[in-house]
Design a binder for this molecule. Structure first.
Ligand code: FNR
Length: 371
């Protein structure tokens, strides 16, 4: 008996199974960071009746972008582009949330006219940003030492999240997910390895969580609690992240989020770094531990197979499971799982940037495989 294929409720929405499309940056926008025809086709392929999709990390402001080619939701053209995606997904009977994203210190000056990225503290992340070279080709570059935000700037950035949430609503999305995972801005405030502030946004956990919770409040103000979600990666090291007490830090967040009646809490499981699989060597904060604190639905993500997804659902440690890499190469992933069909393997060379190849040319099982 499969638990993956039982219906459930996400906020006000009935969904017909537990297989969720994870948010996936694919860097395939048209000029102006606008979702175009290629993205419409990609999301349409992955939409099926009763499914829940989470659209990729989308910049809330021109200063939020870490990867050239990723979409935004701060201009009219971007909003119109997303509306085309949403309309196409709805026409297939699926629901779609938008992941709202601010890269903070992971953003890069070359993507924002030479300006330094902003962060809680002037500490560099040792990952790569993606910019364009003079010929417009993608280039990986080291991230830079960011500028510590002045206290007066913080409400302005929260306001950018609010405006992005407003635009997402006008574009017709079913809800929004705050990207508080993977070492981006809300996560940078939250974890003490990246936050050395001594004002109301740094120091004790009540202060370090303030930015994340104020962002949630801004989104809830636009959408109501039951159409807002939050993604966290309590054990994630991506983005040079660290915290001296992950159990206390993320436990506090999970409990505080109970105030809003959120659609779900999305938890990246410990065995994933960004999207690389890790051997589990230490006990870590995961859906299992946070599910005891957070009172709403839990979406778990990170390294799941059909079998391990069934297990976490059966154990009651998650309510839905989001799939990333397998959904890239299997546009009809829920159907393949339901029918027990073999999966197509993914090609990581085409994960980020490029054209339709490795993006919209993975066949669903009814179609002949592309040559
Ligand atoms: C990701 N991941 C990711 N996470 C996120 O919160 N926002 C994002 O935009 C992205 N972008 C992204 C792009 C690509 C190409 C990959 C492979 C991954 C992480 C993703 O949502 C997921 O947590 C991981 O891929 C682990 O799940 P799987 O792939 O093991 O099912």
């Amino acid at each position: 008996m499969s638990t993956l294929f039982t219906p459930t409720q996400v906020g006000p929405y009935a969904v017909s199974h537990r297989v969720v499309l994870a948010p996936l940056t694919r860097m395939r926008t048209d000029a102006g960071d606008v979702p175009g025809d290629l993205m419409v086709q990609y999301y349409t392929q992955r939409a099926s009746k009763g499914a829940l999709l989470i659209a990729e990390a989308t910049a809330v402001s021109p200063r939020a972008i870490a990867y050239a080619g990723a979409p935004g939701i701060h201009t009219d053209a971007q909003q119109r582009g997303w509306k085309r995606v949403v309309d196409a997904v709805h026409a297939r009977g699926a629901r779609i949330f938008l992941q709202l994203w601010h890269g903070g210190r992971q953003a890069h000056p070359d993507n924002m006219g030479g300006e330094l990225p902003i962060a809680p503290s002037a500490i560099r992340s040792e990952e790569k940003a993606v910019v364009r070279d003079a010929a417009g080709a993608f280039l990986e570059v080291d991230q830079v030492v960011p500028r510590a935000m002045a206290a007066v700037e913080i409400p302005l950035v929260i306001e950018e999240f609010r405006q992005a949430a407003e635009r997402a609503k006008q574009a017709g999305f079913d809800g929004v997910e705050l990207h508080a995972a993977n070492g981006y801005l809300p996560d940078q405030f939250l974890q003490d390895g990246s936050n050395l502030r001594t004002d109301a946004y740094g120091g004790p956990i009540e202060n370090r969580a303030r930015f994340l919770l104020e962002a949630v409040e801004a989104l809830v103000g636009v959408w109501g609690g039951d159409r807002v979600a939050v993604r966290i990666s309590p054990s994630g090291k991506f983005g040079t992240m660290s915290d001296s007490d992950p159990v206390g830090t993320f436990g506090y967040v999970a409990e505080q989020l109970n105030r809003y009646g959120l659609a779900y809490l999305h938890v990246v499981e410990p065995r994933i770094r960004g999207y690389e699989d890790l051997a589990l060597d230490a006990p870590a904060v995961a859906s299992k531990s946070l599910g005891g604190l957070f009172k709403g639905p839990i979406v778990a993500a990170g390294g799941f197979s059909r079998e391990s997804a069934e297990q976490i659902l059966a154990a009651g440690d998650a309510d839905l499971v989001a799939f990333g890499r397998f959904f890239i190469s299997n546009p009809d992933l829920p159907e393949r799982f339901r029918l027990g069909l073999p999966l197509t393997t993914y090609d990581r060379n085409t994960f980020y940037g490029g054209d339709h190849r490795g993006y919209t040319d993975y066949a669903s099982h009814r179609e002949p495989m592309p040559a």
